[in-house]
Design a protein around this ligand. Structure first.
Ligand SMILES: Cc1ncc(COP(=O)(O)O)c(C=O)c1O
Length: 483
């Protein structure tokens, strides 16, 4: 028993580490810090308990899978989930839907944003954010993020035009955007703020839950989110008209939207003025989510504990800058992001992968990351990636420097310690004073990131067979040059 009641979390095999630490990077043939796969949702590291499985089976056995049937709203799993979400967020309304993207698009449509409008959103977010804007018939207007990857209000102000009819703020990778400042600006401009709180389910900013600052907050319950039912999402709002319209749009036909207003008349008279988009949630997923919601505080505590432990241990490590929140504690803790200012974040991430840590350079050219705006090609006609990057030069720079490591809530203390050791090991190897590792010395041309940069790093092709780490890569290691 671990004191949290989470003894049923599956035990993963412990990483095998040697007695003495090999300081030689695994990238260059040294021993990796860990050999076990880094725990992530797509490898089964999920926060699902026997009670949750039983809840899903209860719904399966009921044979009532559609959310609107002969039962009263509060007797259905979807209706009960919405009531529980309403209480959890302290919001007047909640609507369970089929995905986070659906929740976002419904929020824009139900807020009455005219099709064809511009909707502002940051250049660092999952591609679903601009996609939801497009789904709602609008056009994304991209805004820079600052060095901590938060939407840059000054840039939004600079780019402002009267065609912008809403601001879609994203709490990307669980870190709160500066909601108070953004909400003040939106009020000044007379447009609503909608929150993409998909990556931040349960996180707070100064004691208030993310997703409850704007006109509406959208969440996902896809597998790597704080609540996981495979696919799904929900919307919270205090605006009864927006809610009623979202209910109809989501697929409540022939008067069924009235069930969502058990205590009085809905603020819209008919459902015939709106199209029906079939974004409903089903009973099986709702049952699973209801059960998981009971243990959400435990899971949030684990995210927070893991994150605080790792961030405290790595604070002050030379050569890296840990992403800073807009206020103390204003993050979920499901990802550890740091920048390698003036250094080579692509190399850093690759070296970490060889040490056995799933790390990704956000702005890498080595993989196609759909969280960076230059890979949203559907938005840019015939522009090249370079031309697109020039539209948001600051965001490009920050993403090029950023390394992203997923932190599952099921990380063990050993996992956290190995992450800490791996980051220190790579940072130490990258320091100019440490000098390049022996293998790197064999490589004739070692470029650096620039004379002013504090962190020139060695770059070389690892010796054959250097990547013994599951998930480590040997592909694409020879790069054309540094930025
Ligand atoms: C920031 C952000 N917005 C929206 C979504 C879309 O959620 P879904 O996959 O449930 O549609 C995601 C998915 O991860 C996301 O990260």
């Amino acid at each position: 028993m671990d004191g949290t009641g989470e003894s049923s979390i599956p035990v993963r095999p412990q990483a095998r580490t040697g007695q003495t630490e090999d300081t030689r990077l695994a990238l260059y043939g040294g021993s990796p810090v860990r050999r076990a796969p880094w725990p992530t949702y797509d490898k089964g590291a999920v926060f699902v308990h026997p009670e949750d499985e039983e809840a899903a089976m209860r719904a399966v056995r009921s044979h009532l899978y559609f959310r609107y049937d002969h039962r009263a709203q509060h007797e259905t799993e979807c209706g009960a989930l919405e009531e529980e979400l309403r209480r959890y967020f302290g919001s007047r309304h909640a609507l369970a839907v089929s995905s986070g993207t659906a929740a976002l698009a419904l929020a824009i449509m139900a807020a009455g944003i005219p099709p064809g409008s511009l909707v502002a959103c940051p250049g660092f977010t999952f591609v679903a954010t601009p996609s939801a804007i497009v789904l709602a018939g609008c056009t994304p207007l991209l805004v820079e993020v600052d060095e901590n990857l938060h939407m840059d209000l000054d840039d939004l102000r600079r780019r402002w035009t009267p065609e912008i009819k809403a601001i879609l703020v994203v709490h990307m990778r669980g870190f709160a955007a500066d909601m108070e400042a953004l909400a003040r600006f939106a009020a000044e401009m007379g447009v609503p703020v909608i929150e993409d709180a998909v990556p931040a389910l349960g996180a707070e900013l100064r004691g208030r839950k993310l997703g409850t600052f704007g006109l509406a907050g959208a969440f996902s319950t896809q597998s790597d989110k704080s609540l996981n039912c495979g696919e799904g999402g929900f919307l919270v709002t205090d605006d009864s008209v927006l809610f009623a319209r979202a209910v109809v749009l989501s697929g409540a036909y022939e008067g069924r939207f009235r069930r969502h207003f058990p205590d009085g008349d809905p603020p819209i008279g008919t459902d015939l003025d709106l199209p029906l988009l079939s974004f409903r949630m089903d009973e099986i997923r709702a049952a699973l989510l209801r059960s998981e919601l009971e243990r959400l505080p435990v899971r949030l505590e684990r995210f927070r504990a893991n994150y605080s432990y790792v961030a405290a241990a790595l604070a002050g490590v030379p050569g890296i800058e840990i992403r800073q929140p807009v206020a103390p504690g204003a993050y979920l803790g499901e990802a550890f992001i740091f920048r390698v200012p003036g250094g080579d974040a692509e190399w850093f991430a690759r070296a970490l992968r060889h040490e056995g840590i799933d790390a990704r350079n956000l702005g890498s050219d080595e993989d196609v990351n759909v969280r960076v705006f230059w890979n949203w090609r559907f938005m840019f006609g015939g522009l090249t990636a370079e031309q697109v990057r020039a539209l948001l030069p600051a965001t490009t720079r920050h993403l090029r420097e950023a390394v992203d490591v997923p932190l599952s809530s099921s990380l063990s203390p050993d996992d956290c310690d190995q992450l800490i050791r791996a980051v220190r090991k790579v940072a130490e190897a990258a320091r100019p004073a440490a000098g390049p590792p022996p293998e790197a010395l064999a490589v004739p041309a070692v470029e650096t990131a620039g004379t002013a940069g504090p962190l020139p790093v060695p770059d070389t092709v690892p010796p054959a067979g250097a990547s013994a780490v599951p998930g480590g890569d040997t592909a694409g290691v020879a790069r054309a040059g540094r930025r």
